[in-house]
Design a protein around this ligand. Structure first.
Ligand code: GUN
Length: 270
């Protein structure tokens, strides 16, 4: 799977570089973080690194956990005139402002999500786009219709928007969550299984068969090691293709932060 991910990465980055040369406005992004969540630090560093590598402007605002109030975040959103994102999770019950679609680089706001539900042109949340890229590369970009896909997880940032995007593409979608009776599910009837629950071990590699594509979206830390949601039994090799963690979906998500920023500029240029 690693080589498939690398091939997707290389082709997307070349596509983005050439798109950027056609823009008449520079690509800009503001990333807002509050406090110092260790996982957020890693994600944000990767996003900034990509912008730096391409010589693009990425503004990082770091706000102190003790003094930041909701009104500070709302004011940043209200005054933003270019793509902005609020890195999640936010501490102390703070919530990311509901951004208008034209600056919503994450695609998490109600306007962007409404456009997604209605099948309109919009930016997809970056992890959703990365998952779609992997399915496209593995199953063929024209083969979504009729594909049987199980989505395990119902978060607003992955599970729900992914299920909707797959429905838009005419896949047959089954949605599961942590309250589903997962032990009773016949996983072998799905072509693709996407696991995005944030719970390591919710499924394991012995449950899949040859020909299936398993996309592990989870990023968990167990005994100091980064692992996905799928437990890999020591010494047990599965015939299914399972994306690795790290180096799987996560490797592609930063690319789509940039891709979405580019798309928002293209849309504003008409
Ligand atoms: N935290 C984990 N993933 C994401 C993401 O894609 N966007 C934001 N804003 N926060 C996250």
């Amino acid at each position: 799977m690693k080589s498939v991910i690398n091939t997707i990465y290389e082709s997307k980055i070349e596509e983005l570089k050439s798109k950027i040369t056609t823009l008449s406005v520079p690509v800009q992004l503001t990333i807002v973080t509050v406090g110092d969540d260790p996982a957020s630090k890693v994600y944000v560093r990767n996003k900034i690194r990509l912008f730096d590598e391409l010589g693009l402007e990425c503004n990082h605002l770091t706000l102190a956990e003790e003094t930041t109030v909701q009104a500070d975040l709302d004011a940043l959103a209200a005054n933003a005139d270019h793509p902005i994102l609020f890195q999640l999770p936010l501490p102390n019950g703070l919530t990311a402002p509901d951004l208008p679609a034209d600056i919503d680089v994450d695609g998490f706001g109600s306007e962007s999500l409404g456009q997604l539900v209605l099948g309109q042109n919009t930016v997809l949340p970056c992890t959703v786009q990365a998952t779609i890229d992997i399915i496209s590369a593995h199953c063929g970009e024209h083969n979504f219709a009729g594909l049987k896909v199980a989505v395990v997880g119902r978060s607003n940032i992955v599970g729900k928007p992914l299920a909707i995007e797959l429905i838009n593409r005419q896949s047959t979608v089954a949605s599961f969550n942590s309250r589903s009776d997962l032990a009773a599910v016949d996983w072998n009837k799905y072509d693709v299984i996407v696991v995005a629950t944030g719970a390591h071990g919710i499924l394991d590699n012995s449950q899949f068969i040859e020909g299936q594509l398993i996309i592990d979206v989870g990023i968990n830390r167990v005994d100091g090691k980064l692992v996905g949601d799928i437990k890999h039994h020591h010494g047990m090799v599965t015939a299914a293709s399972i994306t690795p963690v790290p180096g799987g979906v996560g490797r592609l998500t930063c690319l789509h932060v940039l891709g979405n920023a580019v798309k928002l500029i293209e849309c504003s240029q008409g």
